[in-house]
Design a protein around this ligand. Structure first.
Ligand code: NAP
Length: 291
């Protein structure tokens, strides 16, 4: 059987690395990105460049999407030149972006109406893991659809967890990033607090990193805070988006996320202060601004 032809929509920090992994594994990949310059960069690696999401999807067996948020995903799939207009009947459409469960379910229904099956497959891991094919996929959708996309997921990731029906992957991803956002906000406040004291910061951070509170994400952002290196791996504005989505999603189940709400306030303050286009570690600037 021929390998599936793939369309990849959205070539940002994550999507660019993921599409490269698919090309490296030998898949035929057609790419589309709103800002065409990012597509051209992939052309040099062997991708065919489409002028619209619709055009990218026309001859695809599997269409992947990796964009910023619900609005971007809606534009990619359901816009006038969106991929659902172009995708052939029987194709599989997969969104790997971090999205609300409500939008994912609406998208799955729109896909079904057009005779294509939808899978939500958001990821954990960041820029480096996307480039190295070491992402972890959180999958919602049918087992049969998952088996068809699994070879492509294996080219981009090191683990695939099938959580259940449509929306299950999106839901666990929001739970994951709720906790990640709280960890990062707590690290930012601890960091800014230490700066106001006589503690030896390097010694204190070394201790915290090896203690029970040294989660992988707190270690990563503490290193960036210490080096004042806010080169984007994960845009701060996107963590604010994820925390907002998590608060809204939990509320639908009757669950209040008080810790997410206060973390979100920190991230929103950082965005308002002009740090949204920096790495999420720059949330420390919002904590530093306290008086
Ligand atoms: P990014 O570098 O900012 O890329 C965002 C992508 O979305 C770009 O391709 C951008 O196109 C596109 N986009 C934004 N608004 C659009 C619109 N209205 N219409 C069409 N395209 C639009 O972000 P990223 O880090 O790759 O993140 C992508 C997704 O992965 C997000 O949902 C994020 O939460 C999730 N995620 C990120 C990480 C991470 O560590 N970075 C980890 C796990 C999950 P342009 O190039 O034209 O702007």
């Amino acid at each position: 059987m021929n390998p599936p032809r793939i369309a990849f929509l959205g070539l940002g920090i994550m999507g660019g690395g993921m599409a490269r992994r698919l090309l490296g594994a030998g898949f035929a990949v057609t790419v589309y990105n709103r800002n065409r310059a990012k597509s051209e960069a992939l052309a040099a690696a062997g991708a065919r460049v489409a002028a619209t999401a619709r055009e990218a999807a026309v001859a695809a067996d599997i269409v992947f999407c990796m964009v910023a948020d619900d609005a971007a995903s809606r534009a990619m799939w359901l816009g006038a030149d969106g991929a659902l207009v172009g995708a052939p009947r029987g194709a599989l459409v997969v969104d790997c972006s971090t999205l609300t469960v409500g939008w994912v379910q609406e998208l799955a229904e729109a896909a079904a109406v057009r005779g294509v099956e939808f899978v939500d497959a958001p990821v954990t891991g960041s820029k480096n893991q996307a480039a190295a094919g070491e992402l972890n996929f959180l999958v919602g959708g049918s087992g049969a659809a998952l088996e068809k996309i699994r070879p492509a997921l294996n080219a981009m990731g090191r683990s695939v967890t099938h959580l259940g029906p449509t929306g299950s992957g999106a839901l666990l991803k929001l739970i994951n990033n709720f906790m990640a956002g709280v960890h990062v906000a707590a690290m930012a406040e601890a960091f800014a607090w230490m700066e106001r004291t006589g503690l030896d910061r390097a010694q204190a951070l070394a201790f915290l990193s090896e203690s029970a509170v040294g989660s992988p994400v707190t270690k990563t952002v503490a290193a960036r805070m210490g080096a004042a290196d806010f080169t984007p791996n994960f845009f701060l504005k996107l963590m604010a988006k994820d925390l907002g989505y998590a608060v809204g999603e939990a509320a639908k189940s009757g669950q209040t996320l008080t810790t997410a709400a206060t973390a979100l306030a920190r991230f929103r303050a950082a965005v308002a202060a002009g740090h949204g286009e920096k790495d999420m570690a720059a949330v420390v600037e919002a904590a530093r601004a306290d008086r």
